[in-house]
Design a protein around this ligand. Structure first.
Ligand code: ZN
Length: 270
């Protein structure tokens, strides 16, 4: 099942059970089915009762699927990517945070900061937490705690990452965390691939099975450090092939079985 948050572009909706004037274009959650977005009450990890309102896909603007209290990222989780930056495979998961203020929606522009001369894309498969968890037991099934999976671009100021011991600045600029457009509740991680395209040219391609630390290990491990809340996002690392973005580029992160996250790139002050 594909879940999203969206904003209707117009008031109009089919299947109304109330009067059209009651349907305001404010953000809401939905299920995507049969080429339409069906409104559901509350957040995407709550009960999926439909309200009776639906919109055609082209009649909505997709928002980030949730509002995370934190975005936890795993660094160097694909061996070829660790090597391309001159690093060894980590002995245990290497985690860092992106601030909630870095989140943007699909189609919203990534802004290249004035402070950096080298901003890279990092296409990743991301996990959305659906139920609070902490101190999960070794081998505990993580599935009940997951809302699903989405596409995420862990945008990185590579030059600042190299000179800073802490990556807060390099990873934390406004607009550096596009994710979405939908959350797939039943992704087959055994078959999932993540690809990144810049201006239509494929730059990255990886398989979830290539992760050094698989999703269940990551979630259990992070839960030893911090409580994960519904709506929190865990980015699982990027495969090899990272590269720079320039103003005017369009970057797309595609995860098979989920969809494509697309964002234009603009310079600071453009
Ligand atoms: Zn990353």
């Amino acid at each position: 099942m594909k879940l999203c948050r969206f904003q209707p572009l117009e008031i109009a909706s089919e299947g109304l059970s109330r009067q059209p004037h009651e349907v305001r274009p404010e953000p809401r959650a939905g299920i995507i089915e049969d080429g339409a977005v069906w409104e559901i009450p509350g957040d995407i990890w709550q009960i999926h009762d439909r309200t009776g309102y639906k919109w055609p896909l082209e009649g909505v603007r997709f928002l980030p699927p949730c509002a995370p209290s934190k975005i936890v990222c795993v660094g160097r989780n694909y061996l070829d990517h660790a090597k391309e930056l001159g690093n060894d495979a980590p002995k245990e998961p290497l985690i860092f945070l992106k601030p909630p203020s870095s989140v943007i929606a699909p189609d919203e522009p990534i802004v290249l900061p004035a402070m950096s001369n080298r901003v890279d894309y990092e296409g990743e498969i991301a996990v959305v937490i659906g139920r609070r968890c902490s101190h999960l037991r070794a081998n505990e099934n993580v599935q009940p705690y997951l809302a699903g999976f989405t596409c995420l671009n862990d945008v990185t100021a590579r030059d600042l990452q190299r000179i800073d011991d802490q990556w807060t600045r390099a990873k934390g600029f406004d607009t550096f965390c596009p994710f979405g457009p939908v959350v797939e509740t039943e992704l087959d991680l055994g078959a999932a691939t993540v690809e990144t395209f810049v201006n239509g040219v494929r730059k990255q391609s990886g398989r979830a099975t290539e992760m050094i630390f698989p999703v269940d290990v990551i979630i259990r491990w992070i839960s030893q450090v911090m409580t994960l809340e519904p709506g929190d996002v865990v980015a699982t690392g990027t495969p090899a092939g990272i590269g720079a973005l320039a103003p005017g580029d369009v970057v797309e992160v595609s995860v098979s079985g989920i969809g494509t996250l697309r964002n234009p790139v603009v310079g600071f002050g453009d």
